[in-house]
Design a protein around this ligand. Structure first.
Ligand code: CA
Length: 657
């Protein structure tokens, strides 16, 4: 139990609490700045403060405060001040005094607009941040989580390359530009996404993070952004003007609106599990200690591997997370949230997040990394980890089992797995194809993971072979199949993605994998240059067949409900794994026409061997739609009559009746 005793307290208002559990919980609307032309109201939850001030500035950076206003202590740890006059365009910071020590300027924990680098909050009228047409913006239709296809994207990876033909390279506005293409005529930007057919774009951290200096737009800088500074404000370096607090908000909304118009939903990557630093963080300068977990010795705990871990189980941290996602969903029309290191959070908080988002729109998707870097300071039965997913209905997690069974283990990038012909991963592939639900033909396999059927429903299971972490798929294959030719690599990317897109889980693809993007062999490229991270869009021409293949996989999945039954019972009833003659071959048949599919008895064979294989199937007449690295759903690729399917080396075969 963490103890925080404030000794030597002289001021009347300062409260002493035996433990964080005794801190008051604020129940009113948690707003730190409420603007009106006649008066701006400031509030800050700072229950251990003896004094709190709000300081007004003319700029987001530099210069002395023009005014300093003492705040008054209110109920439940909240402090308040009202300032008359029109403060629009001014900047502000709070300063909290504890034990006679001023903690330093902070924009507060709830800042919704900030100046450059997020050091000061800004007085804005949120109405000014709405682009034209914003009130008509609607989420694209989504009938079921089973229909989702996720595309994970970093702004700079996607559009920093000059070949993209995009003007606002690496910015939010890049995603608003239509009609862009490479000099070779391939569509880029939002048109590329439409062409590919994904339903959701998952944006890597786009909240305000600290690692990129927003005052130096011409300095080469790149970061994934998992170093949160202000959780409720868009990052400034992706805006055309990080100094004007309105611009980043408006441009973010323009991006959301453009994606929505293109029929694509928007997912935010959120990292509430840690902050960039503790010293000087918005949390620490407001209520020291409270928002972070401590270990048994009273030191900062570090389940994130980033030097700290937040304390979601404390009521005001829980409330903070719920308020924050609700705010993004309402103010920015965000359609989904991907929780970084979700295993650090507690189950009750994640369920509270689900409930709050359901009240806004139950089609908002939630998923996360169901693990932590180090063991969190929370009993395992309370952790929002994969093995507890059944206690979190409506929330999904990434399947590292499926990923590792396909591409090779985490932690040793020289090792491959199923797709490069290593034995022992067939069960892991079957586990993933079944969407991680209990299935009578999926058995525990100790080669990689224990393969516990942790998903109650397949929409709780995110299927993928690569993401921003680790090597992208082309690099991983190069690493694990030394000397492989480009043709071999292309074949194996196609085979890997066939597994992902015929899985009953929710498919997820990393930006550029559809054109064989590489990161020049750099795995943890979180702060590598654009040279490593930006996609060279000339690849869309040289790897056009891979793009067409992935595009067709997506189209096939969308057209055929059998590939996305969305229900564990249906999967057990219809999905049957077929006997295979050798290792590194997995075959399954979707019996009947689940979901009213036009196709009957769809049969998929994944052959990762270097020779052809023959699979026995019930005798009949089959129509081929995928063979030898090509897909043609409409015209088909010929027929097979009889009871045997012959599948070429390193390729997938898909047939139906
Ligand atoms: Ca920033």
């Amino acid at each position: 139990m963490a103890m925080l005793v404030l000794a030597g307290c002289k001021a009347e208002r300062q409260k002493e609490y035996a433990s964080f559990d005794d801190y008051p919980v604020y129940g009113g609307a948690w707003e730190e700045m409420v603007y009106s032309p006649g008066e701006t109201r400031f509030s800050l939850w700072a229950p251990t403060a003896q004094e709190v001030r709000v300081l007004l500035y003319d700029a987001g950076q530099g210069g002395a405060a023009t005014r300093m206003i003492a705040m008054e202590a209110g109920a439940e740890g909240m402090w308040h001040a009202g300032v008359e006059g029109d403060l629009k365009g001014k900047f502000y910071a709070f300063n909290v005094k504890i034990n006679d020590v001023w903690q330093g300027d902070t924009p507060g924990v709830m800042a919704k607009a900030v100046g450059v680098n997020g050091d000061r909050a800004a007085v804005v009228d949120m109405k000014d941040t709405d682009p034209q047409g914003w009130t008509e913006d609607r989420r694209p239709l989504l009938k079921s989580f089973a229909d989702i296809v996720i595309y994970e994207m970093h702004h700079r990876d996607f559009s920093a390359d000059t070949v993209s033909g995009i003007r606002n390279r690496g910015k939010y506005l890049a995603l608003t530009e239509e009609g862009t293409n490479t000099y070779l005529g391939e569509k880029t930007g939002i048109d590329h996404l439409k062409e590919l057919g994904v339903t959701h774009v998952h944006l890597l951290p786009s909240f305000d993070f600290s690692s990129v200096d927003e005052t130096k737009p011409d300095k080469p800088q790149y970061n994934w952004g998992y170093d949160p500074k202000n959780y409720n404000v868009p990052e400034g370096s992706y805006a055309t003007d990080p100094y004007d607090p309105v611009v980043r908000i408006k441009e973010f909304k323009q991006m959301v609106m453009a994606l929505h118009r293109a029929g694509i939903r928007v997912i935010m990557d959120v990292a509430y599990n840690h902050t960039a630093t503790v010293k000087g963080s918005v949390f620490e300068r407001t209520v020291p200690g409270y928002f972070y977990r401590q270990d048994g010795n009273g030191r900062l705990a570090d389940a994130s591997g980033c030097g700290n871990e937040t304390a979601s189980e404390r009521p005001m941290m829980r409330r903070f997370m719920v308020e924050s996602v609700s705010y993004w969903a309402k103010e920015y029309h965000i359609d989904g949230f991907r929780f970084d290191l979700m295993g650090i959070h507690d189950i009750e908080t994640m369920n509270a997040v689900r409930k709050a988002l359901d009240a806004i729109d139950s089609s908002i998707y939630i998923y996360g990394e169901g693990w932590a870097v180090n063991p969190p300071q929370l009993p395992v039965e309370k952790q929002a980890v994969k093995l507890n997913m059944k206690l979190m209905p409506g929330i999904a997690a990434f399947s590292d089992e499926f990923r590792d069974s396909l591409r090779g283990p985490w932690g040793d990038e020289s090792k491959g797995a199923f797709v490069v012909g290593r034995m022992g991963y067939g069960n892991g592939v079957r586990f993933g194809l079944a969407g991680g639900v209990r299935h009578p033909q999926v058995f525990s396999d100790s080669t990689v993971h224990s393969l516990v059927a942790w998903a109650a429903q397949p929409a709780q299971f995110v299927s993928y072979v690569s993401c921003h972490d680790d090597l992208c798929i082309a690099d991983r294959l190069k690493n694990t199949l030394r000397g492989a030719s480009v043709q071999e690599l292309k074949a194996l990317v196609k085979l890997s993605e066939t597994a992902v897109f015929t899985s009953q889980g929710v498919p997820f693809i990393y930006v550029g994998d559809e054109v064989m993007r590489d990161k020049k062999g750099v795995s943890n490229s979180y702060n590598s240059s654009d040279n490593i991270n930006a996609i060279d869009w000339r690849l869309k021409t040289t790897c056009r067949d891979v793009f067409d293949y992935v595009k067709s996989l997506i189209a096939m999945r969308k057209a055929h409900p059998a590939f996305r039954m969305g229900d564990a019972g249906q999967i057990c009833e219809h999905l049957e794994f077929l006997d295979v003659p050798a290792s590194n071959v997995v075959a399954f048949r979707i019996n009947g026409k689940p979901g009213g599919d036009e196709w009957e008895n769809i049969t998929v064979v994944l052959n990762a061997r270097t020779e052809p294989v023959k699979i026995d199937v019930p005798a009949g007449k089959y129509r081929v739609v995928c063979r030898d690295g090509m897909i043609d759903m409409r015209n088909g690729l010929g027929g097979i009559i009889g009871g045997q399917l012959v599948v070429s080396p390193r390729s997938a075969l898909i047939v139906h009746q």
